[in-house]
Every structure is written in C-alpha cells, then in structure tokens.
Design a protein around this ligand. Structure first.
Ligand SMILES: *Cc1c(COP(=O)(O)O)cnc(C)c1O
Length: 366
C-alpha cells in the first residue's frame, strides 16, 4: 500500500523473459539479424513508414539523421531550447552548432515565428521535437513548407511520440525527411537502450543503413567507399522490442486513461496546470505540469512516497552550453515544470494517492 510510487519505470514481463530464453537456446550470433529485421518491420507497420532502421540509441539516431543530411562542422541546426539534451548534443558530435529557439507555451514545441528569425545562411536543418507527443500549434505543414522553401532538412525528434499522430492521420515522425524514436527506459516501449529512424525515402534509408554499418558497400563485405560507423543494434534487444511492440496498443490506451484521470482529479487544484492534450492525436508519454512552489511540493510528495522529476531546464543555460539569450517559455518550464508519476503500469488507486498528496499540499479539494 505505501510502496514508493516512482516517477517512471520501464515495464517488462514474462513474455520478454520467455522470448530471450528461447532465443538464447538456439544457435545465435546475438548481433542484429532476423529478430532485428522483425522489430524494424513491426515499427514500420505501426508507424506506416516505408522504412525503419534501428540503431543503438535515440541520440545516435539523430546524429545519423544529421550525418546523412550532410551536416558537419560550421553548419547550424535549429533545435528547441526545451528538450532532452540529446537533441542538441547529437549534432554537436558532428561539429555542427545547435541554435536554440524557444518553444510555444501551449505545446512546448518549436515556435515557428522564432524559427524563421533564427535561420541564417549556415542553417542546414531543423530538429522538431514533438514534446510529449504534441505537435506545434502552427501545424506540421507550416514546418514542412518552411523547410522546403529554405532548403532545410527536417528531422523529427519523435522520441516521446510513439503512438501519437498528426491530425491528417500520419504518425508523428513521418512528416519530415526522417523521424527518430528512442527505446530508452522511460519511453512507452523500451529495449534498455535503442532507437530508430523512420522514413519514406528509400534512398535515404539505404544511406542510413550503410552509415550505421561502417560504410560497407553491402552487408558482410569489407569494401568501403566512405567512412561509416558502428551504430548497430543486437537481436537480444530486438527480442525484447518485439514483445514490447505487441503491448504497444494497450499501452497507448492506458497512457491516455492515466492522463485523463489526472486531469479529472486535479481539476480543482489550479496550482497545478497540466498541459492540454487532444487524445484523438496525442498519447501523452509523461504527465507534465507547471506547478506553484515546486521545491516544497516535491519535498511533500517525497514524504508521501511519491516520486516526481523536474522538467528539462533551458538548454542554453546548461553549463555544457552557456549561451546567452532570452527564452521566456523554456525558462518558465525550467522554474515551474514538474513531471508527476507517469509510467504505464500505474493503477487508478496509485494515481489517486498521488493526486491526494498534491491536493493536500495546496489545501485544495479532490
Ligand atoms: C529520450 C530522448 C532522446 C534520447 O534518446 P536515448 O535513446 O536516451 O539516447 C532524445 N530526444 C528526446 C526528445 C528524448 O525524449
């Protein structure tokens, strides 16, 4: 009853256990092969992508996307100032410069007007992060046309968006040139580490496959006409991923139920402003909110056995970057943003316990 409710937890079951046991019982290489192909085709089917390529994580997937876009030293890539630090770091690795742009208050996705102002002759790409499965108010078309008009590569960092769609029915990640997902522990499905790229461009997918495999001309050969890397997956991870994919549809339903239960239970607690979601399109990955008196709320929740986590602070202020500039929305999130317990296996009773603790702190009604 009084077990600590963590903010996030991956969810594996006996299915993953059995799949791994069975796989290891056969004569296997463990390196990526049939299981990886199966996992890729499940992801392609689910998202409606023509091609899916899995890689070792959801940061390298972004680096790989930027690499095949021809991004290198001296180039600029527009990224949101509110995101996981992996987004800018992924291009920093190639010697390119991330340019931070503030996000919209309602969605925490890139503000297109600010993106327009940040474009310079050095800009090569935009990394659009669909924060928590949301998309920009301006609409995705505004971004695809801006990218086209300016000759920019549009990379969708859809790491938080598996199970979320654009209003035109396309899965998030498929509107730009290439979309990236992550299967790290907090994500809706996990393989421990892992990531993938999806695209409808066959030529681009072929280049991605080549670059993640040492630049090999063809699988298994040692003929290289350009420099590539080793960003490969393993069939062990794929065994887990295949079982996780089988559970994805149910998880999407549950994630939406969890978010609506929080909305219902906290509707009379104005000190906690949950972000709005249109559940027809968005599967909220985490329960995100702007809260009053965040530090004391966190302390109170912890005493009550409830975990929480600060939302990302403005990247330009991170010691790793220290770039000047005024970013009112990401700065506000950095001060007041809090994630409440969000994992898929949360029970209704646990959500009530979390919301009771929150309303008790503010002295509001539940
Ligand atoms: C999780 C996440 C990543 C990084 O993925 P890893 O698999 O942990 O490398 C990148 N971008 C966003 C927006 C994320 O949420």
């Amino acid at each position: 009853m009084n077990d600590f409710i963590m903010q996030m937890r991956p969810w594996f079951g006996v299915e993953e256990q059995t799949a791994l046991y069975d796989y290891m019982g056969s004569d296997v290489f463990v390196t990526e092969f049939k299981k990886t192909e199966q996992f890729e085709s499940m992801l392609a089917d689910f998202t409606g992508a023509r091609q899916c390529v899995v890689v070792n994580n959801g940061t390298i997937s972004l680096t790989l996307a930027a690499l095949v876009a021809g991004i290198g030293p001296g180039d600029e890539v527009i990224v949101p100032n509110y995101t996981m630090i992996a987004t800018p770091n992924s291009v920093k690795m190639l010697g390119a410069e991330p340019v931070f742009v503030d996000v919209e208050a309602a969605t925490l996705c890139l503000d297109i007007e600010k993106v327009r102002k940040a474009i310079t002759p050095k800009t090569k790409a935009i990394m659009l992060v669909s924060a928590n499965g949301r998309f920009p108010l301006a609409g995705i078309e505004a971004f695809t046309s801006l990218a086209k008009q300016q000759g920019l590569f549009l990379i969708e960092d859809a790491a938080q968006s598996l199970g979320s769609y654009y209003p035109d029915g396309r899965h998030i990640g498929l509107a730009g040139d290439v979309g990236s997902f992550s299967f790290s522990a907090p994500k809706i499905i996990s393989t421990g580490q892992g990531g993938c790229l999806v695209t409808n461009d066959e030529g681009l997918a072929a280049r991605i496959r080549k670059m993640k495999d040492f630049g090999r001309e063809s699988g298994g050969s040692d003929i290289h006409d350009e420099i590539g890397y080793n960003f490969k997956f393993t069939d062990i991870q794929a065994c887990i991923g295949i079982e996780q994919m089988k559970k994805l549809r149910d998880r999407i339903v549950r994630k939406k139920e969890i978010a609506s239960l929080y909305q219902k239970l906290l509707k009379d607690t104005p000190q906690v402003r949950l972000f709005d979601h249109d559940f027809r399109f968005t599967c909220p990955w985490f329960i995100d909110a702007l809260v009053e008196d965040r530090e004391n709320l966190k302390r109170h929740l912890k005493e009550k056995g409830v975990g929480s986590r600060d939302m990302y602070s403005p990247i330009n202020q991170q010691k790793a970057y220290q770039k000047p500039g005024s970013y009112p929305v990401s700065e506000k999130v950095g001060r007041d943003g809090l994630w409440l317990p969000s994992y898929t296996q949360l029970t209704d009773a646990e959500i009530s316990r979390v919301c009771d603790a929150v309303s008790q702190f503010y002295g509001t009604r539940i």
